[in-house]
Design a protein around this ligand. Structure first.
Ligand code: ASP
Length: 342
């Protein structure tokens, strides 16, 4: 008899399990176990499902590195017992948490699927049920006794994406996420169709390894026309700052003014790690393509290529936690570790 896949459902918070506070009209987190009992569909699924909920479920705007580690540790402690994991999370910062987990788990051999919803699961027009049920089915997909998906995925509105390629693009539409630089890993229609050639392939002879040492002394500096020297100097002089995600224009272009390049050059020589990513949600940084990025390359700015902002922040914190030399940092950051860049 075919073995039933064992899935652990971890509820961290988010709209999916929220209810309306009738005094204020605002959505607030609710006891998810109770809600689950009201979803008869879960009992029809062929999977064996256990649930775990954060003691205090949170809106994902309150996520931080400690919460990421808590989710990762929960998965790690249960890794041998379950075939797959579904993490229910608010959509607002889901791409950040899911990207962080993708770096935390080296050589992940089981599926970790993030999902959530735009409307609470108790709402008549909810998108939560489809997202939840299909995520469980995806986490339970097996071939020859091995999981089909062996990476951190994000499932939302009929599409499974590589999580560290996603960005939340809409605050209202059910289709809230996009992955502009990588195709979906699976699409759900009448059939669940998996894009096998796009899947990450771990080394099954090696174990999954957890890394939790993140350093959050980072900031995002988004370029805009009119930004001035005092602002850049002030931001990059923050005591303790270790890394900067520089969101530049187009294919990695920034002002070629001396004041800008001088500040960056000085800060880099003092030990700051600066990563260049594009403000565009699709496409890649190509330093040297335009005159306005040639100097950035020369002064030691690292190329983030086509990485998303969310994955860049997570990867920066992850690599800063390893205390690498500037040369090794540059080589590793510019290499795809978990399929986060092309
Ligand atoms: N504010 C909510 C959150 O991110 C939105 C959602 O769940 O979609 O927790």
């Amino acid at each position: 008899m075919k073995k039933r896949a064992k899935i652990l459902l971890i509820y961290t918070g988010g709209t999916i399990g929220m209810i309306k506070d009738y005094d204020t009209g605002a959505l607030k987190a609710f006891n998810f176990d109770e809600l689950l009992q009201n979803i008869p569909e879960l009992k029809i699924l062929e999977h064996e499902i256990d649930t775990l909920s954060f003691d205090d479920p949170i809106d994902s705007s309150n996520m931080n590195v400690e919460c990421w580690v808590k989710v990762a540790n929960t998965i790690n402690e249960n890794f041998e017992t379950y075939d797959g994991f579904v993490v229910l999370h608010g959509s607002d910062t889901m791409s950040y948490t899911a990207s962080a987990l993708s770096f935390m788990f080296e050589n992940l051999t089981k599926p970790v699927i993030f999902t959530g919803s735009q409307l609470p699961i108790g709402d008549l027009r909810t998108d939560a049920k489809e997202n939840l049920i299909t995520s469980i089915q995806i986490a339970g997909l097996q071939k020859n006794g091995k999981p089909v998906i062996s990476e951190v995925g994000l499932y939302f509105e009929y599409k499974l994406y590589r999580a560290n390629r996603t960005t939340k693009i809409n605050a209202e539409h059910f289709q809230a996420f996009a992955s502009l630089n990588y195709p979906p890993l699976a699409e759900s229609g009448v059939y669940l169709s998996v894009n096998h050639s796009a899947l990450w392939r771990p080394n099954r002879r090696q174990k999954t390894k957890l890394h939790t040492g993140f350093n959050n002394e980072v900031l995002i500096l988004k370029m805009f026309p009119g930004i001035n020297a005092a602002t850049v100097e002030y931001m990059l002089s923050k005591p303790g700052l270790k890394g900067v995600v520089l969101e530049t224009y187009g294919s990695g272009n920034a002002p070629s003014d001396d004041w800008f390049l001088d500040i960056l050059k000085r800060k880099i020589s003092e030990g700051l790690f600066v990563v260049n990513i594009t403000q565009c949600i699709g496409g890649s940084v190509v330093m040297g393509q335009y005159e306005t990025s040639v100097q950035l390359k020369k002064i030691g700015v690292v190329s983030g290529k086509d990485i998303s902002t969310e994955a860049a922040v997570a990867k920066l914190m992850y690599l800063l936690g390893k205390e690498l030399s500037p040369k090794v940092f540059k080589t590793i950051f510019e290499t795809s570790l978990r399929g986060e860049m092309s």
